[in-house]
Design a protein around this ligand. Structure first.
Ligand code: NAD
Ligand code: TYD
Length: 344
């Protein structure tokens, strides 16, 4: 690991730290940096899960606040004394954003604004705005560089683009030390089973169909969550990157069908479980990132080979049925699944 300097001894505010990537990031900070402290601020929506942070309660370097990033008082209190804020908090699922965009605008745009206002009042060393490659819209030609136009095509990606540009504006206008990251699709442990990887793995384990939207030929640029966390730690540790935008991608471009086939093979299941269903409206056909800037600036490279990452991820869901069965057997999830898939 590169010399982490001041960032190894910092106090981190991690919003959305009970979600998939946030919880992996929290655990990573605490294990890599013995002198760091972490405050998680999380509303605990359907996607926020205390089980993702299990075992940390006894760690005196860690504290948890249940609160909303749209609540200025809660945000001011949580940010006090922090050196770094990493904003993962968001509504994150494209399909849900097509049915109910308002919570996306609220959390992903207004919540970011509340955090940035709080950041103006304290002396942070870094404010990392976790954006997404989806702000570019579908990329059919060369992989997108950070200078590509933002053409988001659904309320999730449009809200994320709003938060992304708002964060940059607080750097330009008020010198808040903002760094914007645009990562590609993550996979790994503790991902809520509405997203492709955990949905397909757990459905296959339950002997249920794997619902492939449309042709299944849509591709994403898959990255293991550990590689994403390493990239974030490297950017936080690096001085002079404030005001910058950084793509984070691992170059593993695979279609939904290719992912499904690998999962079924790893589980020894038959391709009969594949079921083509009605496509998602405005379904972006492809995301692909050019990540030369982050590699050049901080020397980050992805380290998890895709075939190892997918095998380890499938194994994690096989070994942690308690984690996802608890979610999938709950009313919230069952209602969602019925609404989204039963008559698709
Ligand atoms: P997730 O849905 O698993 O977790 C989101 C977390 O935010 C949950 O813990 C939830 O409770 C919390 N949250 C939601 N609204 C909140 C609010 N108003 N106040 C406080 N907390 C709130 O999401 P994820 O996949 O871990 O994504 C984390 C971030 O990374 C998001 O900003 C997302 O846009 C971005 N991102 C995700 C991916 C991906 O592939 N998952 C890729 C690129 C970027
Ligand atoms: P998803 O995990 O929702 O991420 P995003 O849309 O933000 O990239 O979906 C990844 C890909 O998988 C996308 O092309 C849609 C497809 N998909 C399916 O085919 N079936 C499903 O049930 C889901 C959830 C996704």
């Amino acid at each position: 690991m590169a010399d982490a300097g001041w960032s190894a001894e910092s106090r981190y505010l991690v919003t959305g730290g009970a979600g998939f990537i946030g919880s992996n990031f929290v655990k990573r900070v605490l294990s890599d940096y013995p002198a760091a402290r972490v405050v998680v601020l999380d509303k605990l929506t359907y996607a926020g899960n205390p089980d993702n942070l299990l075992g940390l309660e006894s760690d005196s370097r860690y504290s948890f606040i249940q609160g909303d990033v749209c609540d200025a008082r809660a945000v001011d209190a949580a940010m006090e004394g922090c050196d770094v804020c990493v904003n993962f908090a968001a509504e994150t699922h494209v399909d849900r954003s097509l049915g109910d965009p308002s919570s996306f605008v609220l959390t992903d745009v207004y919540g970011t604004h509340v955090l940035l206002e709080a950041a103006r009042k304290v002396s942070l060393r870094k404010f990392v705005q976790i954006s997404t490659d989806e702000v570019y819209g579908e990329i059919l030609g060369a992989p997108a560089t950070e200078d590509a136009p933002l053409v988001p095509t659904n309320p999730y990606s449009a809200s994320k683009a709003g938060g992304d540009r708002l964060a940059f504006s607080y750097y330009a206008s008020f010198k808040v030390p903002v760094v914007v990251t645009r990562c590609s699709n993550n996979y790994g442990p503790n991902q809520y089973p509405e997203k492709l990887f955990p949905l397909f793995i757990t459905n296959a384990l339950e002997g249920k169909k794997l619902p492939v939207y449309g042709s299944g030929r849509n591709t994403r640029d898959w990255i293991h969550v550990d590689d994403h966390c390493s990239a974030l730690l490297a950017l936080i540790a690096k001085d002079g990157v404030e005001g910058g935008v950084f793509n984070i991608g691992a170059g593993n471009e695979l279609s939904v069908l290719e992912i499904a086939e690998r999962i079924l093979k790893l589980l020894g299941q038959s391709a009969d479980l594949l079921e083509h269903v009605k496509d998602r409206p405005s379904h972006d056909r492809r995301y692909a990132l050019d990540s030369a800037r982050i590699k050049r600036t901080v020397g980050w490279v992805p380290r998890v080979p895709f075939e190892d990452g997918i095998a380890a991820t499938v194994r994690w869901y096989v070994e942690n049925t308690w984690w996802w069965e608890k979610i999938k057997s709950g009313e919230t999830y069952r209602d969602y699944y019925e609404r989204m898939y039963e008559s698709r």
